[in-house]
Design a protein around this ligand. Structure first.
Ligand SMILES: [Zn+2]
Length: 211
């Protein structure tokens, strides 16, 4: 059952522990000092450990359905992790990584009949309301999904600022927050541009078909 995991682990071990460029022995003896903290969806296709091809020690990771960051509440897993990353470590950038085709966002838009899931998704429903407003009643269902995916990233970024560890790091210019969206269909990574008020590509997929 777990063969795929064990095969992958053997490959990781070969790369990370053997040879001159192996990084794990050094990271174990010297400790870690990641520069990034990535908040992403639980979706298996937008896993930062996959899509950024990271070396061990590159980033701290936190996952939640839809990459949703709820407003600050003392004692949550995310509050403790951010405290550790920003106060006891030297993280310089926080990435909120949403993605297109997100099942969590779809569940929110289509009002999934599951109380356990909906009670979490509800903390971000203001993002859905904003998307509906910007659609002005003329969007297709798919367009509403995309707008909601984008609004949830922006809402999560705003909610992050309510965490004391983030607020103090921001006030001391020690951290930058990146609102990112992984477009799974086109294979592009986008970042929200405050000037253009929209998500713009950070990368261009050179293998995209020419039209
Ligand atoms: Zn998702």
């Amino acid at each position: 059952m777990t063969n795929k995991l064990l095969q992958g682990f053997k490959l990781f071990r070969k790369n990370a522990y053997e040879g001159k460029s192996a990084s794990m022995p050094r990271l174990v003896s010297e400790g870690q000092s990641p520069e990034y903290f990535i908040i992403s969806c639980i979706d298996s296709r937008s896993n930062p450990g996959t899509i950024f091809s990271p070396e061990p020690g590159t980033f701290f990771a936190h996952k939640a359905m839809g990459a949703i960051v709820r407003p600050y509440k003392k004692g949550t897993a995310l509050a403790a992790a951010l405290q550790f990353a920003l106060i006891h470590n030297k993280v310089k950038e926080i990435v909120v990584l949403g993605h297109t085709g997100c099942g969590a966002i779809q569940a929110m838009v289509e009002k999934i009949d599951d109380e356990e899931i909906s009670s979490f998704l509800d903390v971000a429903k203001v993002g859905l309301e904003k998307a509906k407003t910007s659609c002005n009643g003329v969007c297709t269902h798919n367009e509403l999904l995309r707008h909601t995916e984008e609004e949830i990233v922006l809402l999560s970024v705003e909610n992050l600022k309510s965490y004391p560890s983030v607020a103090s790091a921001l006030s001391e210019n020690r951290v930058i927050i990146r609102p990112w969206l992984f477009d799974m269909e086109s294979g592009e990574l986008l970042q929200h541009d405050d000037n253009f008020k929209q998500f713009v590509p950070l990368t261009m997929n050179t293998k995209k078909k020419k039209s």
